[in-house]
Write a protein that binds this ligand. Sequence first.
Ligand code: ADP
Ligand code: GLC
Length: 468
Amino acid sequence: MIIYHLSTECYPIAKVGGLADVVGALPKYQNKIKGIDAKVVMPWYNKPFVHQHEFDIVFDGFIHQGPNMLQVQVLKEKSDALGFELYMVRIPGLLDRDNPYGYQDENFQFLAFQHGVLHWLSAMEILPDVLHCHDYHTGLVPFMIEYCGEFKFLKGVKTIGTIHNGEYQGMMSWDMANYMPHFDSYKWGLLDWDGLLNPLASMIRCATAFTTVSQGYLEELFVSFRGLEGLVRQEFGKAHGIINGIDAEVWNPETDPMLDFNFNIKNAVAQKKKNKEKLCKEYGLRPELPLFAFIGRFATEKGADFLPDVVWRSIKQTYGALNIMILGSGNTYIENKLKEFDYTYSNFALELGYKEHLSHQIYASADFLLMPSRVEPCGLNQMYSMKYGTVPIVRYTGGLRDTVKDISTGGAGINFTYPGVDDIIHAINRALSIYSEKDLMENLIHANMNFDFTWEKSAEKYIALYQK
Ligand code: ADP
Ligand code: GLC
């Protein structure tokens, strides 16, 4: 069975968040299953990876985007060292950028990617068994292969659409339809939602099946999906919730080259302490106090707007009996507020920006990881932290409620229900009392490390779905 994963991100080539981690791992684990050949197709980016690896140009052609004629090249990475074949689509001016997102003409960029991939497959008469589309950036593919004459070779190919984040739907005004490959205009209703062209809505309607990255999140979409609640209810028959896994080859505290002190379950307590001491020294924190960490995008979805209040209130209320460290970037108001506190409180450390190495060191060093998300389709941070013996404190939502159970119900984490500062502070207070009981804390470290979040099971669930 031949599967093409289409995505704008893939670790280690280009990563903005968890989408990259999933697309960098899932095909690798699928390929371990007999009879499966999973490949990844992504845009070409001007990233170190592409300059450090050799590629063959396997396709060179042209597409029309509205009045513009665009050159499309497909490059295949020569070594297949990632555990899957990697194809990158290069279109000068649109798919040759430094980063996946953040450009004024993103709509043109994503349309060109989808058009370019399908043009290549059709022109070369490559017939996959499944096209697996990730998020709205590739959400128009199921529609395109059915209703754009240019791709009639692909008509009938089965498609899976995975919703990693329903907060982003890629809505565009209808004039963008002029830049799509020519389609059967009778079918415009399959693209439309509320007077806009909505790629995510189109993906839900047109894909053979669609998935969300946890069962918990799927259930929430029925009542909260930025206007698409009715659609997801209507298409429920083809919806599946499949939880993400973690790539044990990358996220293993015993072998992780990004850690100063590697560890396994036997020496975790002592080695984590050494990691913590080093990190605290570097950031002027106090290693004898518990370390709470947050890693992630400063977005309301992640509850990052609570962080400034959480920082000052928890430090004041405990008379400075804890450390807080935050790694991330995003909303400038939040960044500026946190910068102020970085000067004010010696117990608080802030690192702005995206730092892969530091994130690993924090997972290994922290005692608790905070995830006060309002929305969390799956969340990978909590799984990484658990694997690295750090107790997760999570809001009970989406994938977080599927992966983290509270210690009061036999789990090894801390849950809270309401997304607000009071509930977060209450959860921190619970964490502090746990931390003061040495044996309990050590048990929790071990219990968290024992959870099995590897990809094998979920990779098989996807294969079963493809087969169906
Ligand atoms: P999302 O994709 O919504 O941002 P996930 O929990 O699925 O959330 O995945 C986030 C991924 O990005 C994790 O691998 C996390 O470690 C990483 N990450 C987030 N922010 C940063 C940062 N500032 N520096 C390094 N890694 C980060
Ligand atoms: C999205 C979600 C996150 C999920 C990730 C990978 O970015 O916000 O919860 O873990 O995709 O599926």
